[in-house]
Design a protein around this ligand. Structure first.
Ligand code: PRP
Length: 212
């Protein structure tokens, strides 16, 4: 087989990671070592022309934007929140979920009062309420956001909803959908200029496995 020049790929650890790697494997960019239980974080398969870095989903854009990785895969939520200067080349159609405003069941907005919003996604939430002309008090949290309105830290949350289980189990419900989310294939701008073929080959190979 023709040896490809190695591309460095930033992969998101966690929920999305396995689905992403499955798709890369199907597309001919496998690296079996990645499936072994270990504390390794970098995996390479020179024959297939790939080197994978497993990083936190929010860090994928940092590696790609600064060129430490040529390409990467991350959720649209991360792209909207951090607006990195990268090319978004493909919607992979996996990791589908939606960014929502949620609140305790039966909650009604009182527009006379400033709305207290707890979220990890302060830019997405800020832009969303600014467009609606709604005054908010932003409370930045780093996880388990659903607790905030239950214990009175906030009125609503802006967070990702996938199955809806977390909301249901905490007596919360979706008030509004902000934006649908899915995983995206992204590239460093300079890398795309100089390594167009390898990057487009990877995008095209992945595109064949995108479920419609
Ligand atoms: C995300 C999100 C919700 C949950 C939604 O949390 O913040 O809590 O998934 O999924 P569901 O609708 O299928 O229940 P994650 O597990 O990423 O952890 P976090 O609490 O650190 O945000």
């Amino acid at each position: 087989m023709e040896q490809r020049k190695t591309l460095s790929v930033a992969l998101p650890k966690g929920r999305l990671g396995n689905q992403v790697y499955n798709m890369l494997e199907q597309s001919g960019y496998e690296c079996p070592e990645i499936r072994e239980e270990s504390r390794k974080l970098i995996f390479e398969n020179p024959e297939r022309g790939v080197r994978y870095f497993q990083v936190k989903p929010t860090d994928v854009v940092k590696y790609v934007e600064r060129g430490a990785a040529d390409v990467g895969i991350c959720g649209k939520d991360i792209l909207l929140e951090y607006t990195p200067s990268v090319y978004e080349l493909l919607d992979l159609g996996i990791g589908k979920c939606r960014m929502c405003v949620a609140a305790p069941k039966g909650w009604r907005d009182d527009r006379e009062r400033t709305l207290r919003v707890a979220t990890k996604f302060t830019n997405i939430a800020g832009n969303y309420f600014a467009e609606k002309g709604r005054d908010i008090d932003m409370i930045k949290l780093h996880g388990s956001i659903e607790i905030a309105p239950i214990v009175g830290l906030s009125d609503v949350i802006v967070d990702i909803v996938e199955t809806g289980n977390t909301l249901r189990e905490n007596n919360l419900e979706v008030v509004e959908t902000v934006v649908p989310i899915s995983a995206r294939f992204i590239a460093n701008k300079a890398a795309f200029q100089f390594r167009t073929k390898e990057i487009e080959d990877m995008r095209d190979a992945l595109a064949r496995f995108v479920k419609k």
